[in-house]
Design a binder for this molecule. Structure first.
Ligand SMILES: [Zn+2]
Length: 519
């Protein structure tokens, strides 16, 4: 166990490898299983209720970290001279009782006649049908040509042009494709009613999921256009007496022979009332700096991060709390011990930036906020080391198939050297050879591994900004990151993996884009 816990300080050795002195070994020795266990017993306690984002438990975990940083003289590096960087969550939710749509004397209720994204609207307007609503001026594709759509409601067919599917959204945008939402915003349309045969048949089942939207201010661009999915009866009311019926529109779209755009009868008006309630909540990243000893090099930062949050409490079951001792209490307390080792001993030349993120489990929110609104100059961060799930490894002789993918007793998974930076791989090997001689397992250090771990933790936020920086190397090879640790999942986590894979696919597209386009 001691050896395992000592392995958590890989990042510490790496950083010392940048410094001259071999003092790092004695500092690494200050990291003990007893200290780590003491911290973890607090961070993963039932009383912290699984540290969901946002939650009181996560706030308390952050306060615990901060009280230690203060004792050791670690400098605050969050906002306004504090150790904190605030993530402001805005949750918009449809108020179904006051949300309705009327067409020609017929009234439709939320969750029965239609569903809608929670964007408030109170308007009466005529309608325009614009096919799938995607345009590409560079290719001469414009379903809006000759139509006045300002102040009107667009009716669009669900679906994407083939090229958009093939390229992914970002790359498609770069070659001129514009989504119906963007067109609606730019052209001053009021709302989009979507014809979507698959959603149409399950309006009641998707009503709850559609009715809420949660965003972090400053991170996600928020569309101001309400998107509504109509039920079959509502579509029939919309297209009653028009040149093409709703059934005909769907049939033609299925047959790849979409009906051309047209304005619906000018006498027909739709009245839309979307009532939305908004609440705001906050969570916090914790950020500190151990200042470097070299008057010049201390302006550069070696950043080390770990996400502090987990997934909270289950709705059912006897033991409802997901304690998240491994994911990622282990990385969080390892980082705390690393902070102490740096802050209370001789310092390396460069400054150490210590980051405990909130919101990783909801899509890397804390680290994304940090790289979008960095509290130190991003260009001064030379590298980012990340620890996610470093607390479990296979005991000798463990044949349990559930533990099959855990790292071995003296082994650690490392991601980064193969994918993006052989230089860092060489440093890692050098320090490892000098001290613990762990087995460094590169199994996940591949873009083609099905788990796609390279995209699935907070280091990826830095990678997307071109960190690490290697000024002497050409573009495509400048990225690197290390996620050291076993990947044992907490009970109940298996169901989330498909969602995580979804994020990865997006990440892959973004990575490819960044790889060729970013500085
Ligand atoms: Zn994690």
């Amino acid at each position: 166990m001691r050896k395992r816990f000592l392995s958590l300080s890989l990042a510490l050795w790496l950083v010392w490898a940048w410094a001259d002195a071999p003092a790092w070994i004695s500092r690494a020795e200050t990291i003990t299983p007893t200290d780590l266990r003491a911290h973890l017993e607090f961070i993963a306690a039932d009383e912290l209720e699984g540290r969901d984002t946002p939650s009181r438990g996560l706030d308390l975990a952050g306060m615990y970290i901060v009280s230690h940083l203060q004792r050791w003289g670690v400098k605050p590096a969050g906002e306004n001279g504090t150790y904190y960087q605030t993530l402001r969550f805005r949750t918009d939710a449809i108020n179904p009782a006051e949300t309705r749509i009327q067409i020609g004397g017929q009234s439709f209720e939320y969750g029965v006649g239609f569903v809608a994204r929670p964007v408030a609207l109170n308007a009466t307007a005529p309608l325009v049908y614009v096919g799938n609503g995607w345009s590409n001026p560079e290719k001469g594709i414009d379903p809006y040509a000759g139509l006045e759509v300002q102040g009107k409601v667009l009716v669009v067919q669900a679906g994407y042009p083939k090229e958009v599917v093939e390229l992914g959204f970002e790359a498609a945008e770069a070659v001129g494709w514009r989504s119906p939402e963007r067109n609606a915003e730019e052209k001053g349309a009021l709302a989009i009613i979507r014809i979507d045969p698959s959603d149409m048949e399950r309006i009641e089942r998707i009503a709850r999921a559609w009715s809420q939207r949660r965003v972090v201010e400053g991170l996600q661009p928020v569309s101001s256009i309400p998107v509504i999915v109509a039920s079959a009866p509502m579509l029939d009311a919309l297209f009653a007496g028009e040149q093409v019926s709703a059934t005909e529109l769907i049939r033609r779209a299925n047959d790849n022979d979409p009906a051309p755009s047209f304005a619906l009868s000018p006498n027909k008006q739709i009245s839309i009332t979307l009532s939305v309630q908004t609440r705001t909540e906050t969570a916090r990243n914790v950020i500190g700096i151990v200042e470097g000893s070299d008057p010049v090099l201390k302006r550069e930062y070696v950043s080390i991060g770990a996400h502090l949050d987990h997934v909270g409490v289950s709705a059912r079951g006897e033991d409802r709390i997901f304690n998240g001792a491994d994911d990622n209490g282990s990385g969080s307390v390892a980082l705390l011990e690393i902070a102490e080792a740096f802050a209370t001993g001789p310092r390396p030349k460069r400054s150490i930036l210590l980051l405990w993120y909130a919101g990783e489990e909801w899509g890397l929110l804390g680290s994304r906020l940090f790289v979008e609104r960095p509290t130190v100059p991003l260009e001064n961060i030379v590298v980012n080391l990340n620890m996610d799930m470093v607390g479990r490894s296979k005991q000798p002789g463990d044949m349990n198939p559930r533990n099959r993918d855990l790292s071995g007793p003296n082994e650690v998974y490392v991601i980064g050297p193969n994918i993006a930076s052989p230089d860092i791989g060489a440093v890692l090997k050098r320090v490892n050879d000098q001290y613990l001689r762990m087995e460094l397992n590169p199994m996940y250090d591949s873009l083609s591994h099905p788990e796609q771990l390279f995209f699935r933790s907070d280091h990826y936020s830095f990678v997307s900004k071109g960190i690490p920086r290697r000024p002497f190397c050409w573009g495509a090879g400048r990225r690197w990151q290390s996620t050291a640790g076993g990947r044992g999942k907490p009970p109940g986590a298996a169901g989330r993996s498909s969602g995580a894979r979804g994020r990865c696919a997006l990440g892959l597209r973004r990575y490819r884009h960044a790889r060729f386009c970013s500085q």
